[in-house]
Design a protein. Structure first.
Length: 301
């Protein structure tokens, strides 16, 4: 594997960029933030847990103290998103970029899903991405400013995936938004693109998507990826930096898969979970509920 920790970019390639990352307190958003800061960007992290956000900001801004700012925002609520965007505009200045990274997901038989569970996942992904994109986009258009929106998706947008239906539906909707607004807003100098990373393990996501030995199939398995490995945050960050820079202003409306060939080889979904028994699903549910409770406890701190 190539050394992805060695940056190919100038350290000031994102100088002057103000980037919002939703879901920035944990996982991929947290990991990417530090790389954006190291290349000159000012970064705003949104999430629902203040303590987690502050910890993420401290880590991300280690190379440039004061370059990362945090807000607790529920992206599912359009009025809260609009007020938070107003706060950034008035206190720090206009955003140049939005990274729609906030997501929720867990594996489960679809027949067992409650309406509340479906809403929690699908609205975070779909409504959250739209609310944030819309709030920033309206301001860019009104002020005659260019902008870039980058959404984190998965390869399920092209294939669907059993056992993660709310996520698959929500991310497919954001894929449609990306293509639609790329055309509608191109005349304003606003670009919309998306990334569909393959497996890049992060703590909480893996607890929800691969909680037991029996759930280790398909989408989370490195041995079913042609490159025989998972991706890294550094590789993802390199692509994000390129897409948010001024190097590719002609690129819009595209979703780029970065998955080691997984999508082309076919195992990038959770279809293999059809072999699980009711007892297996009961164990998965217990593990997922424990992980969710631990996450909520952090949020309430």
């Amino acid at each position: 594997m190539a050394d992805s920790s060695k940056s190919i970019y100038s350290p000031d390639v994102l100088l002057g960029k103000r980037v919002l990352i939703t879901g920035g307190g944990t996982g991929l958003g947290r990991g990417v933030a530090a790389h954006l800061v190291q290349h000159g960007a000012e970064v705003h992290l949104w999430g629902r847990r203040q303590a987690v956000l502050e910890d993420a900001a401290a880590q991300a801004s280690a190379s440039r103290p004061g370059s990362v700012h945090v807000q607790t925002v529920d992206v599912r609520k359009a009025d809260l998103v609009d007020a938070a965007i107003d706060g950034i505009w008035s206190q720090y200045g206009p955003l140049t970029s939005v990274v729609n990274n906030a997501a929720a997901n867990f594996i489960a038989p679809t027949a067992s899903l409650s309406a509340r569970a479906f809403e929690a996942v699908s609205s975070t992904v779909m409504n959250g991405s739209f609310n944030t994109t819309h709030a920033a986009g309206r301001r860019w258009i009104a002020e005659g400013l260019p902008g870039a929106v980058l959404s984190m998706l998965t390869t399920w947008i092209w294939t669907g995936s059993a056992f993660v239906v709310p996520s698959a539906m929500g991310k497919a909707a954001v894929h449609a938004m990306t293509m639609s607004l790329a055309v509608e807003w191109a005349r304003y100098g606003i670009r919309l693109n998306a990334l569909a990373p393959g497996p890049i393990p992060t703590d909480y996501a893996w607890e929800m998507l691969n909680p037991t030995d029996r759930s280790s199939v398909g989408a989370t398995q490195a041995d079913q990826i042609p490159m025989r490995r998972v991706g890294t945050v550094e590789e993802l960050a390199n692509l994000v930096i390129f897409l948010l820079s001024d190097a590719c202003d002609y690129l819009t409306g595209e979703t780029i898969a970065m998955d080691g060939g997984q999508k082309l080889a076919g195992p990038g979904t959770f279809a293999g979970l059809t072999t699980l028994s009711d007892q297996d699903w009961s164990e998965i549910r217990e593990r997922s509920q424990l992980a969710s409770a631990q996450s909520k406890a952090q949020r309430d701190v």
